[in-house]
Design a protein around this ligand. Structure first.
Ligand SMILES: Cc1ncc(C[n+]2csc(CCOP(=O)(O)OP(=O)(O)O)c2C)c(N)n1
Ligand SMILES: [Mg+2]
Length: 580
């Protein structure tokens, strides 16, 4: 049998490691790879329109399936387009191998046509980024890329010049079988003992949970039950922690709600579980803090710690719970639960009562109807922007639903691309992209990919003809909104012209039927909901500085003659400002 080429061996190793498809756009320098894929039946090429979409889709597929996924771009601009999606995948800890095809090896360094240096470019968004300059590096370099992506949960990039990809791998090279096993990490006994002492010496314990509590719902609940601790979460912890949680006090952060902030500040021991929550002003500095995280570099990154414990959250809690004393005093927990309920009454329900008549349609109303109508095992992908707020506040996790977004990297235009990757492995599962009009139009070309492959993704477009989140940020910063408005576009018509089902709704009475029609459609569909651009959301903790900024922007807008809009704004926001 002839020796395999570099491309063939790379593709073979990826298949062995669980890769089922490569998202990408073809190109001359990628030909050996694309051709190696074409000749196999156990891996396919998914032909997207923009490489950024390829990377978002690969990242999403990995986050949904837990398996290694892949994307590819041709040399120079082709793989450069991957970069933002790869940053997102990497920061979301999604195991993705990216193939960056490169210019002919003999021309590297000569400022050749399309020349970039992908092995350098991708260093910041990967655990491993190497140039394959000779077939002798195979299969080790591919093995390391795959192992690193899986073992460290993130991106690996192989930069492969087209000519090298087509070369034969030298005779006598053994094929390595990559392992996708992930080990669990348990802290040492001494750490567990110190942690148990801290817990037992505290009067009021609060838990704050992030994405690291995935698969640890039962352990978190058992521990909270033993020490009677309120449990708050960050956005990435929501899907794992909020459901079946009698200790729930909501979410903290810019988009937060409920009493998580109070519970974190009024306890005397805060335990951060699997969270790299970035907003330091929301963390207390006068209580004892313990952090448990599988990544040692995360410990103490955001706050002063009394103890940092390196370990898997589930494992750590399984060891810890039986070692701490069981409590009966519920006073702190109950006080926080009441605060939480009051806060929800005042804030979260404000927009869903009496909004059936509110025109333009209130986006929170749309989100609450989506929550009602969506399947019990739906996957929601959520665009960066106000959709984050609507999803955080209105989607109800249940342990079977999934919610992914660009929650760490914060890129726009993620929802529809991520929906492609979330939908691909299982076409029978409901996948809903909650998109902003700004985000959707940014990578709109790949709506055609949904049509091309008949992928039944449901795009629910919150069309406020504005970069709404930035409108809010400008107001809070004391600036009048500028360069945030878009002319009204009929995205349903665009969807229909693309060959998908398109529905447009501008009356609140049509929202429920519109959402049902969207979800029931057998194929790609888009619901364009004309929503209120003034539906701004105020974070539960507003600093004095932010308030001043808000007042300043208000007065600037009034001075510009925008009184009408300000009145609407004030009315919208009044209902959302938390009562003391
Ligand atoms: C790629 C990228 N560009 C710019 C931003 C800054 N940004 C954050 S949210 C946002 C507006 C999003 O607008 P849209 O998608 O319409 O959602 P809306 O907030 O109006 O619901 C912008 C410009 C970003 N996060 N990512
Ligand atoms: Mg918008």
């Amino acid at each position: 049998m002839a020796n395999p080429t570099v491309a063939e061996q790379l593709v073979d190793l990826m298949v062995q490691a669980g890769v089922r498809r490569i998202y990408g756009v073809v190109g001359d320098s990628l030909n050996p790879i694309t051709d190696a894929v074409r000749r196999r039946s156990d891996i396919e090429w998914v032909q997207v329109r923009h490489e950024e979409v390829a990377a978002f889709a690969a990242g999403a597929e990995a986050q949904i399936t837990g398996r290694l996924t892949a994307c590819a771009g041709s040399c120079g601009p082709g793989n450069l387009h991957l970069i933002n999606g790869l940053f997102d995948a990497h920061r979301s800890m999604a195991p993705v191998v990216a193939i960056a095809a490169h210019i002919p090896s003999e021309d590297i360094g000569t400022a050749y046509f399309q020349e970039t240096h992908p092995d350098r470019l991708f260093v910041e968004c990967s655990h491993f980024s190497e140039l394959v300059s000779s077939p002798e590096q195979m299969p080790q370099v591919a093995q390391i890329a795959i192992q690193t992506a899986l073992g460290r949960s993130g991106v690996s990039v192989l930069s492969v010049p087209g000519d090298v990809a087509g070369m034969d791998v030298p005779r006598g090279r053994a094929r390595l079988v990559p392992s996708s096993d992930t080990a669990t990490m348990r802290p040492g006994d001494a750490e567990i003992d110190r942690l148990a002492e801290l817990v037992d010496s505290a009067e009021r314990v609060t838990l704050f949970c992030g994405r690291g509590t995935a698969e640890a719902h039962d352990e978190v609940m058992a521990f909270a039950d033993r020490v009677l601790a309120p449990v708050g979460h960050a956005l990435r912890g929501k899907e794992w922690i909020q459901y079946d949680n009698p200790f729930d006090v909501g979410m903290s952060g810019l988009l937060g709600y409920g009493a998580a902030y109070e519970a974190m500040h009024e306890c005397d021991l805060l335990i951060l579980l699997g969270t790299d929550f970035p907003y330091r002003p929301f963390l207390p500095d006068d209580v004892r803090i313990v952090q448990v995280d599988i990544r040692p570099e995360n410990l103490g990154r955001r706050s002063r710690l009394d103890l940092g414990v390196c370990g898997d959250v589930g494992e750590t809690l399984r060891c810890l719970t039986p070692r701490v004393r069981s409590r009966t005093d519920r006073r702190f927990l109950d006080r926080m639960l009441r605060k939480h309920a009051d806060a929800l009454e005042n804030v979260v329900s404000a927009y869903t009562t009496d909004v059936e008549r509110h025109k333009p349609i209130h986006p929170e109303y749309v989100a609450s109807i989506l929550d009602d109508e969506a399947a019990e095992d739906a996957i929601f992908t959520v665009d960066t922007g106000m959709c984050n707020v609507w999803a955080a506040r209105y989607l109800s996790p249940n342990g079977r639903r999934r919610m992914i977004g660009s929650f760490t990297h914060g890129s726009m235009a993620n929802a529809m691309p991520q929906a492609i990757g979330a939908q691909w492995p299982d076409r029978s599962r409901q996948v809903v992209a909650m998109a902003g009009d700004g985000g959707f139009s940014m990578l709109m070309g790949d709506f055609l990919t949904l049509v091309q492959y008949g992928l039944p993704v449901k795009t629910l477009l919150f069309n406020n003809s504005s970069l709404g989140m930035v409108d809010l940020e400008m107001l809070v910063a004391g600036l009048p909104p500028h360069a945030t408005a878009y002319p009204d576009s009929d995205y349903a018509a665009i969807a229909r012209a693309s060959g998908a089902h398109g529905i447009r709704v501008d009356d609140p009475k049509q929202v429920r039927d519109g959402v049902r029609e969207l979800l029931d459609h057998d194929g790609p569909a888009l619901l364009d909901v004309v929503t209120d651009p003034n539906a701004l959301s105020i974070p539960p903790r507003i600093t004095g500085q932010q308030l001043t900024g808000f007042a300043l922007a208000t007065s600037k807008m009034v001075l510009q003659g925008g009184v009408g809009r300000m009145v609407q704004l004030a009315r919208s926001n009044l209902r959302n400002i938390p009562r003391p």
